[in-house]
Design a protein around this ligand. Structure first.
Ligand code: TRP
Length: 335
């Protein structure tokens, strides 16, 4: 069947901070793969956002490459989308500066993520942290994106992006497309293996709470063995059984089956066997991705080439918008 490709532009980015979990894989990475054949996608590794909290420079650089390799290993195809590193396209910083002048300090101070991160990093409430949403608006608006796939934690940032775009357009004339949220198909929410009422997080302090995409099989098996369940010994998904439900969701997501099908598979089985089977399934699914990521990371020339080409393609589109903006605000352009 012929692929249906809508000409809409879709923008997304991910920060190269912390190791990704299987929750990120199911909730985000897999979507990038699916969306790349339906839209004109720009996918960025947001290293400029990452430094709004302290990063070890060598580690940031390594994680940037690892993330690019991981996305490609998961099926993001640089031939089908534009994959690039944010800091390689100077237009992001340049547009953010202009957008700063149509953004109010008060509205930035009220952003939920700014308040949360300020509390968490009280010793480092830097201007970049407060400006984070403006840089994000610049990311999106540079590419005249129609759609931005957002989870609940980024909704407010998209709202402010829309506000900034509308405000700029009103003040200077039609310049930016006002982007819409692309509501993702309700995928399973993957929660912590230790506290299944809370989201699985890449920064959880409990090492058994999250399964990382880089975990080896032994580690994965150990974490699933220790996963919190309940004492009722029935393998069914229900609100009163968040631990078991989470394991069923994980199993179903990685097997590509439905939760009722997963329930059927484990009918009459005990929790011990169930946890082993979930662990095996996850480990088996991750093994080829990990191997491919490793192979790509060993081929630095290839990755560098992909990211260079990505940055060039992104720059071309970004520059067009930026020139328009510079003209609108009255910057002298030598002509
Ligand atoms: N702030 C996003 C996150 O942490 C990452 C991001 C940066 C982003 N720029 C973006 C997401 C533009 C969507 C669009 O998840």
């Amino acid at each position: 069947m012929e692929e249906i490709r809508e000409e809409k532009v879709l923008y997304s980015a991910v920060q190269p901070s912390g190791s990704l979990t299987i929750g990120n894989y199911i909730g985000a990475i897999r979507n990038w793969v699916e969306l790349q054949s339906r839209f004109t996608c720009f996918y960025a590794i947001a290293d400029m956002h990452a430094i709004t909290v302290r990063q070890e420079p060598a580690l940031l650089r390594r994680r940037t490459l690892e993330l690019a390799a991981l996305y490609i290993a998961c099926g993001v195809d640089p031939e089908k989308c534009t994959l690039y590193v944010q800091s390689n396209v100077p237009a992001h910083a340049e547009l953010a500066w202009v957008l700063n002048t149509v953004t109010y300090v008060g509205e930035m101070e009220r952003m939920t993520q700014f308040k949360d991160k300020s509390a968490k990093h009280a010793e480092n409430v830097n201007m970049g942290l407060m400006d984070y949403p403006v840089l994000m608006a610049a990311d999106i608006l540079l590419y005249q994106a129609h759609l931005v796939p957002v989870g609940i934690d980024q909704r407010q940032h998209l709202e402010i992006t829309r506000d900034i775009a509308i405000r700029f357009n009103n003040r200077y004339g039609e310049t930016f497309r006002v982007p819409e949220a692309y509501i993702l198909k309700e995928g399973a929410k993957i929660t912590s293996l230790q506290d299944p009422l809370h989201k699985m997080s890449k920064s959880d302090e409990n090492p058994n709470a999250s399964v990382y995409l880089s975990d080896d099989k032994d580690t994965i098996m150990r974490k699933f063995k220790r996963a919190v369940t309940d004492s009722d010994n029935r393998i069914v998904a229900s609100e009163e059984k968040p631990g078991v439900t989470n394991l069923l969701n994980i199993y179903a997501s990685f097997k590509g089956c439905s939760v009722p099908e997963a329930e059927k598979t484990f009918e009459g089985k005990g929790y011990g066997d169930f946890k082993l089977a979930v662990g095996e399934t996850v480990a088996d699914a991750l093994a080829p991705i990990q191997a491919e990521q490793k192979r790509l990371l060993a081929d630095k020339g290839y990755l560098a080439g992909v990211l260079k080409k990505g940055a060039e393609t992104a720059s071309y589109t970004a520059r067009k918008t930026l020139s328009k903006v510079f003209r609108k605000v009255g910057f002298y352009r030598g002509d």
